[in-house]
Design a protein around this ligand. Structure first.
Ligand code: URA
Length: 435
C-alpha cells in the first residue's frame, strides 16, 4: 500500500477501506508517513467528506495504542465532558472539580488551542508548575487519589490525535465534522468512562457555524459513543460571543477560579452548572437533571469544588498559591482598551475574530512548533445586547508586543456590530441530543 495512492483515492471522492485508514494512521503515528502526505489526505477528507464506515475505522485506528487505560479498580462511576471548541470556553477547569467533588471520577484527556479556539491544556499550564504530561500510570494513580486528573494525548492514550491535532491546527483542516468527531471520540473512548457529556458549540465562534451543522456533529458523536456501549448526551450550545469575559490562558484560569468561588460571569456559571448536572445525572448521582444542577451549585457554595481544584493543581505539580494570589500567574506589563467609535447596542460579535485576536496576541499557535504566551489575551466588556457609549471600552487587550496589539485591536473593532437596537438574546442551550 502507498500513501500517495490513498490520497489520490480520497482526492477523487472515493471511500477508503478500514485497512487503508489504519495504514495511514498507524504509519503516521509511527513516523513512517510524513506530515506533508497526511496534510494532503486531511485536506482531501475535509473537502470530500467521509462515510460512517470510514469514520468508525478512523476512530478505531486513532484509539490504537500499546496499552489501554483500565480504571475498573476504581469503584466510583466515571464520566467526562468535552467541548468541540470555543472562545473563552474554560468550562473544563470548573466542571471537572465540581463533578469530582460530588464523588465521581473524572479522567479528562484534553487538547491544546486549535485554530481560533483555546485549549484546556494550555490554560492549565499557565499555572506555574502544572504538569499535563502524566504517564498512564501517573494518571491512574492521580485519579485514584484525587478523583480527577487532566492530561493531554500521550504515546499511550490517543497517540494519533497527539500528532494529527497539531497538524490540523497548522493546515486549516479543523472544520470537518468527521475529523472533529474522530479527534474527540478517540480521546474520550480511551478513558475507560461510563458516560460522556458533549458540549457542541454553534455560532460564529464555533467550528460549526450553523445549528444544523452542529446538530449533525452532535449526532455523529452520540452515535459513535453509543456504538461502543457508552451513555452519551450532546448539548448544542451558543457560541455567538465569547463565553464569560476572559479569553487567553492565565486570564481564563482567573475567571474559572472566580466561578469556583461563587462569582464570575452568569453565562459561564449557567453553562457549567448545566453540563455538570448532565454528568451527575448520566452516572446516577442525580435522579434528574434539575437535581444535578442543585448538587453542582452546592459543590460551589460549600467550597468543595474550589478545594477539589486546589487538590488537582497540587497533585499535578502546580503552585496552588496562584489560585489565591493571581499575581503569581503569568501576566503582561501592557494593557490597552479598544474603544467603540459609535454608540448603540451590541447587535453582533464575530466571535471567531475575537478568538483570532487572542491568537494574534500569542495565546494560540500559527505553526505546530510555536509556544503560546500564557499571559496574553483579552477581557470582553461588552457582550450581545449591551448598551455602548461612543469611546467606551469594548475589550481590554493584555499584550506583550505592540505590533501584535495593533493588529488585534483592528480585529476587535471589525468584529463588533453596534446599532440602535439589538434583538433578544437566544438561550445558551439550543438542543439536547441523545439522552
Ligand atoms: N476538540 C478536539 O479535541 N478535537 C477537535 O478536532 C476539535 C475540538
Amino acid at each position: 500500500m502507498r500513501a500517495v495512492d490513498l490520497i489520490h483515492k480520497k482526492r477523487d471522492g472515493g471511500a477508503l477501506t478500514p485497512e487503508e485508514i489504519r495504514f495511514l494512521i498507524l504509519g503516521y503515528t509511527a513516523g513512517d508517513i510524513p506530515d506533508y502526505q497526511i496534510s494532503a489526505w486531511l485536506m482531501a477528507a475535509l473537502w470530500r467528506g467521509m462515510s460512517r464506515a470510514e469514520l468508525a475505522a478512523l476512530v478505531e485506528a486513532m484509539m490504537e495504542s500499546p496499552r489501554r487505560l483500565d480504571l475498573s479498580d476504581l469503584s466510583a462511576p466515571k464520566v467526562d465532558k468535552h467541548s468541540t471548541g470555543g472562545v473563552g470556553d474554560k468550562t473544563s477547569l470548573i466542571i471537572a472539580p465540581i463533578v469530582a467533588a460530588a464523588g465521581v471520577v473524572v479522567p479528562m484527556v484534553s487538547g491544546r488551542a486549535l485554530g481560533h479556539t483555546g485549549g484546556t491544556l494550555d490554560k492549565l499550564e499557565s499555572i506555574p508548575g502544572f504538569n499535563t504530561r502524566l504517564t498512564l500510570d501517573e494518571f491512574h494513580e492521580a485519579l485514584g487519589q484525587v478523583g480527577c486528573a487532566l492530561i493531554g494525548q500521550t504515546a499511550e492514550i490517543a497517540p494519533a490525535d497527539r500528532k494529527l491535532y497539531a497538524l490540523r491546527d497548522a493546515t486549516a483542516t479543523v472544520e470537518s465534522p468527521t475529523l472533529i468527531c474522530a479527534s474527540i471520540m478517540s480521546k474520550k473512548l480511551s478513558e475507560s468512562i461510563d458516560a460522556l457529556v458533549l458540549d457542541v458549540k454553534t455560532g460564529s465562534g464555533a467550528f460549526m457555524k450553523t445549528e444544523k451543522d452542529s446538530a449533525y456533529l452532535a449526532e455523529l458523536m452520540v452515535e459513535t459513543g453509543r456504538a461502543v456501549g457508552k451513555k452519551v448526551v450532546a448539548l448544542v450550545t451558543g457560541m455567538e460571543e465569547p463565553l464569560g469575559r476572559a479569553v487567553g490562558n492565565s486570564l481564563e484560569v482567573i475567571e474559572s477560579v472566580e466561578v469556583l468561588r461563587g462569582g464570575g460571569p452568569a453565562d459561564l456559571r449557567e453553562l457549567c452548572l448545566e453540563l455538570s448536572a448532565w454528568m451527575l445525572h448520566l452516572v446516577k448521582k442525580a435522579a434528574t437533571v434539575e437535581e444535578g444542577r442543585r448538587k453542582a451549585a452546592e459543590m460551589i457554595e460549600s467550597g468543595r469544588a474550589l478545594r477539589k481544584f486546589q487538590e488537582i493543581v497540587r497533585r499535578q505539580g502546580g503552585d496552588e498559591r496562584a489560585l489565591e494570589d493571581y499575581s503569581l500567574l503569568p501576566h503582561t506589563e501592557q494593557r490597552r482598551d479598544v474603544t467603540s467609535p459609535v454608540g448603540g447596542r451590541v447587535v453582533e460579535i464575530n466571535c471567531e475574530k475575537i478568538g483570532l485576536a487572542s491568537v494574534l496576541l500569542g495565546a494560540g499557535r500559527e505553526r505546530k512548533e510555536d509556544a503560546v504566551d500564557p499571559a496574553v489575551g483579552l477581557i470582553v466588556h461588552k457582550k450581545l445586547g449591551d448598551a455602548v457609549q461612543p469611546g467606551e471600552p469594548l475589550v481590554t487587550l493584555h499584550y506583550n508586543a505592540a505590533p501584535r496589539a495593533d493588529a488585534a485591536a483592528a480585529l476587535v473593532i471589525e468584529s463588533y456590530h453596534i446599532a440602535a437596537s439589538a434583538p433578544e438574546k437566544s438561550p445558551l442551550v439550543r438542543q439536547i441530543i441523545g439522552p
